[in-house]
Design a protein around this ligand. Sequence first.
Ligand code: 5AD
Ligand code: SF4
Length: 452
Amino acid sequence: MRFKNNYIDKTKEFVLNNKLSYYIDTMGCSMNENDSSKYAGILETMGFIKSIDEESSNLILLNTCSIRENAENTLFGRLGALKNKKNTYIIVVGCMTEQKHILEKIKKSYSYVNIVLGTHSMQTFPEKIYNMLINKEKYIEYFDKEDIVLENVPIKFEDKNKASVSIIYGCNNFCTYCIVPYVRGRERSRLKEDIISDVKDLANKGYKEINLLGQNVNTYGKDLNNGTKFSDLLKEIEKIDGIDIIKFMSPHPKDFTDELIEVIANSKKISKQIHLPLQSGSSKILNLMNRKYTKESYLELVNKIKIKCKDVVFSTDIIVGFPYETEEDFLETLDVVNNVKFDQIFMYIYSKRIGTKAASMEDFTKTEEKVNRLQRLKELFKNITFENNENMLEKEYLILVEGKSKNNESYYTGRTNTNKIVIFEAKNEDIGKIKKVKIIKNNLWYLTGKII
Ligand code: 5AD
Ligand code: SF4
């Protein structure tokens, strides 16, 4: 489905005359960040200007996440705080709006919200804005249609060098802890030609790095039933001049094919950091999570990738305290972490999500025990990070100079092709260029380097 502009033109005069500004607050994952860039693109095409802060904006859009309970609490906290903000349109979008009980709560307790729009409804956004501004209408309804792939949406990225491109929407995996398949629907791949055209367009605009997004990128193409595969898509993107760095997230270990490994091994542009969500190191827990791999097959895959793809490092997601996780199961997770020596770990305490299969599993582990497991995982990761960093000293990396360091004014910052943050002395004109940097100091959570 192609994005339609008719309500954009109808609304523009009103927006420009009233000099309306917008502010977007994004919670959650890179998919949500990509959606927010689209909402920003649409609003700017309608004439809205980006506000410097929330306080002075006329329209606040909250893009929500429902992956864990604390993400949900964030929204209600934010909405509560906005209660007394006068003359402001408030819009709620994203994963939380796909759950009926959330919608009811917004209707009942936060009646000042103007629009609630689900993850499948972006095409109606301009119309809803038009009705809100011109006809003073509210829209807080549940929209149930999920098989939409929307093309040609205006998009506005925060960064000048890095952009993201969604390649597949939804998820079919139903990991038992996860709400995503319920709020984002079934897998829908975009056509290869549409993706390639977007990436070429971004390259022409000067973007150097692209991040290909999907809940399960390596099943990209399966639903198109025309033989399109993720590995083929990567090969084509590799050929696009101007793009120097290609990233993707997240691949599912169960769908990581030999062909994909081959493409990564032969690529000059694909990031050397591969995100491979582990979730747990215990085969018993992985089975309860419906992950469809075991501890052994995960480690086998890691070794296969390491052998074929020189210099790769791994990042991962881990959940501790899943129902029935014992101390022995947790030790299996630590064992995998020790074995793979992950460069980055996103770690979470299991959060029960209404409607998922795991929500009906009995959970005997006390919260303090779960917190203790998370703490031990953090400690191990800290030691591994120090070790990994030591191995990088004196080595040289090609780094895209992203801008001034936020914490240290006299330094600039960038990331290695293994995604490690490095700060170094540079000049303003180096921003957006790729420089060769030697690592000279290990500061644990970042490295110091020197342009050579
Ligand atoms: N509880 C805790 N973590 C979760 N994740 C997904 N669902 C849950 C949940 N219910 C984590 C997984 C996933 C990451 C994006 O969020 O590790 O890979
Ligand atoms: Fe959730 Fe599993 Fe799908 Fe990832 S693969 S979005 S964890 S159901």
